[in-house]
Design a protein around this ligand. Structure first.
Ligand SMILES: NC(=O)c1ccc[n+]([C@@H]2O[C@H](COP(=O)([O-])OP(=O)(O)OC[C@H]3O[C@@H](n4cnc5c(N)ncnc54)[C@H](OP(=O)(O)O)[C@@H]3O)[C@@H](O)[C@H]2O)c1
Length: 310
């Protein structure tokens, strides 16, 4: 049995592990060996992770299919896990990813996700990056009807601040998934408001993709690292250079910077679970160990000072 703490997921009646696994990004890619992807997932389940986050559009659908297949191979009980997938990002006829939130399409996307994951019921279906105007009455009614069929248990929204703000207290959204990290601290107020409204908060990107302490030796020597490096440099070197200002704050004996970044996110009581991406089972173990420890006071103060200075 693991020592990974759990927290209530808003007013859903469920509790979830404070550490979640993102079954996305490099983990989901066919070029990432299946055995290694399996080892990462197995390490997460072994550590007591109950939140598994994926999306229909990730890796051309490979993410959902891989997650469903590996959960069956590992003999995991889907009802004991919060398996969350996302609808609303589809490919157009030119193969480009576009947003699609019309009610009938979202219902069809949910049905396709059930098939891809090999599940009879989706524990969580999230809208993937909608604009505030996409949350129409028509769509919300269709989601309630879908819930009534028993095919989806909970609904959520993953997105940037404007749509998260709009969805606070809005039915049928039981869960909200903003981005919150030492690099993106402004969502903390949204997290508190969502908690007050009884919604469960899952955090996306809690390690800020390690921008504050880029592990260049790893990034330059592994295929996953080169992909991470390219992702980090997508908007030029400026974000990485800005992020370096936080590095001195994320230092404490007995902690790695990644562990401190996770502990900073979990220091917000409204956060039910922080969903990390990784290709390394040892990183799961390190984060699970940190998730049970409180953030050191001097680190909290140093991060606050660093935010005030930027
Ligand atoms: N970012 C988005 O746009 C987005 C959108 C929607 C949902 N999400 C969800 O949020 C999840 C996490 O987002 P993300 O993967 O973009 O960012 P993240 O979790 O903030 O950072 C991932 C990076 O952290 C590294 N890492 C993980 N554990 C580590 C450890 N213990 N020590 C050192 N480095 C560590 C990973 O490298 P290694 O592989 O080497 O461990 C990877 O480079 C996604 O998987 C997805 O489920 C993200």
């Amino acid at each position: 049995m693991s020592g990974l703490p759990r927290r209530p997921l808003g007013r859903t009646g469920r509790s979830v592990s404070v550490l979640g696994l993102g079954c996305a990004s490099y983990w989901a890619k066919p070029r990432f060996a299946e055995a290694r992807a399996r080892a990462v997932l197995a390490a997460a389940l072994e550590a007591g992770v109950t939140v598994l986050d994926t999306g229909a559009s990730y890796a051309h659908g490979h993410a959902e299919r891989r997650l469903g297949r590996l959960l069956r191979e590992l003999g995991a009980d889907p009802e004991a896990l919060l398996i969350g997938t996302k609808a609303g990002t589809v490919r157009d006829r030119h193969g480009r990813l576009v947003k699609e939130f019309r009610a009938e399409s979202v219902i069809a996307q949910a049905e396709a996700s059930l098939r891809a994951l090999g599940l009879e019921r989706l524990p969580l279906l999230q809208l993937h990056g909608p604009a505030p105007d996409d949350l129409t009455d028509d769509l919300r009614r269709a989601l309630e009807d879908l819930r009534a069929t028993g095919k989806v248990a909970l609904f959520g929204i993953n997105g940037f601040a404007p749509v998260i703000r709009q969805a606070i207290g809005m039915a049928p959204f039981d869960v909200l998934m903003p981005f919150l990290s030492v690099m993106e601290p402004r969502s903390a107020a949204l997290v508190a408001d969502a908690q007050a409204a009884g919604q469960g908060v899952l955090v996306a990107g809690p390690l800020a993709r390690m921008a504050f302490a880029p592990p260049l030796a790893r990034w330059l020597t592994r295929p996953s690292g080169l992909w991470y490096l390219a992702r980090a440099l997508r908007h030029g070197p400026a974000p990485l250079l800005r992020a370096r200002a936080l590095r001195p704050a994320l230092t404490a004996p007995g902690w790695t910077p990644a562990q401190l970044a996770l502990a900073w996110v979990l220091d917000h009581p409204g956060v039910a679970s922080a969903v990390v991406g990784t290709t390394d089972p040892a990183h799961i173990a390190a984060l699970a160990e940190a998730a049970a420890r409180p953030l050191p006071d001097d680190v909290r103060a140093a991060v606050t000072r660093a935010h005030a200075a930027t």
